[in-house]
Design a binder for this molecule. Structure first.
Ligand code: ZN
Length: 342
């Protein structure tokens, strides 16, 4: 049975000041803080998860805020843009809102027939607000400042910049089950086969993978707009290598429905001669990490168990949550973390 990755699970980036990060994502962008915890590998650092009400896969942007961290440099071998899906006719609202909050924004552009508003968060992280060709039916989280007419629905896409797209494209098509849909200049758009047409995707599970060719489909059929199902690869042969630091992406996590399917993907990665970690319990999902051949750190994360595993839905993000191994040092950890006004 051929499994396909349904889309992005979460994206993790690096920030500087925790309060500034919290204020920007919850107040300016209008996301919900669905989990306030610590970096499981470095409990003196917060780990914030922002998403929709539940923190559904495909809506979750997470940050490690490291106070005083040196700014990074987006470049090759890195996820360089995060695309959020927003409602039709909402971009004028966003242009004004970003202006009011002194956010660095760029003029609107057209990409694959969709209008894109690029801006940078306070640490310089590149984010795009994108009106998808087909309406995005996901329920947004709404706040007093950002109502349902404008609120982000979750991810539209992620962009990876690469010296050469070929090795990364092969992982997307041959392992994850993505298909190359469109090309515009040096940008190649891949869409999860599971999302292109859910009805045909389920009936085609017995057919062999035919998606290894790297030639773009000549038809410019409208790109699928299933949630968080798009990965754009930008080829930059002369590009400078990206450097992790404040305002850059750390890794991109892709969705698997459960641990059984996750381990099937682990075998596929291993069979290509790539290194991949054992399964790691992240409390809210199970994770595997591997560096794809183009240099980007990928994760495979399960939909289960989700963010309500340690606090009820209506209280998500309201209290510092710690994994089992740090429960006994809660007092010490709370003292070492920067104060956060929520
Ligand atoms: Zn992750």
């Amino acid at each position: 049975m051929k499994n396909t990755i349904a889309g992005i699970h979460h994206i993790t980036a690096i920030a500087g000041n925790a309060q500034r990060n919290y204020d920007f994502y919850t107040k300016v962008l209008g996301l919900r803080l669905v989990k306030r915890t610590v970096n499981f590998d470095d409990p003196g650092t917060y780990h914030f998860y922002y998403g929709n009400e539940k923190g559904a896969p495909g809506t979750i942007l997470t940050f490690f805020p490291w106070e005083g961290i040196v700014g990074g440099r987006p470049g090759t071998g890195m996820a360089t843009e995060i695309g959020y899906s927003v409602p039709k006719d909402s971009l004028e609202f966003w242009v004004q809102r970003l202006k009011q909050h002194n956010v660095q924004q760029s003029p609107l552009i057209q990409r694959f027939g969709e209008t894109v508003l690029p801006f940078q968060d306070p640490d310089g992280l590149n984010i795009d607000l994108i009106v998808p060709q087909q309406p995005d039916t996901r329920q947004p989280w709404v706040t007093p400042g950002v109502n349902a007419d404008a609120a982000t629905k979750g991810f539209h896409s992620v962009t990876l910049t690469l010296k050469s797209i070929k090795p990364t494209a092969a992982i997307l098509t041959d392992v994850f089950g993505y298909e190359l849909k469109e090309q515009e200049g040096d940008r190649y758009r891949f869409v999860s086969a599971a999302a292109v047409s859910p009805s045909t995707a389920s009936s085609s599970t017995a057919s062999p993978s035919t998606a290894s060719s790297a030639t773009a489909s000549s038809s410019s059929a409208s790109s699928a707009s299933a949630p968080a199902s798009i990965v754009d690869l930008v080829e930059a042969p002369q590009g400078t290598r990206g450097l992790n630091g404040g305002g850059t992406n750390h890794h991109v996590a892709f969705r698997v429905p459960n641990e059984e399917i996750q381990m099937e993907f682990r075998e596929k990665i291993l069979s290509r001669g790539l290194h991949i970690t054992p399964k790691i319990n992240r409390d809210y999902f199970y994770s595997l990490y591997f560096r794809e051949p183009g240099g980007v750190l990928f994760e495979l994360a399960t939909d289960n168990p989700g963010f309500t595993v340690d606090e009820p839905l209506n209280q998500l993000g309201t209290h510092l949550q710690l994994p089992e191994q740090y429960q006994s040092s809660r007092e010490k950890i709370e003292k070492s973390l920067p104060a956060l006004n929520v």
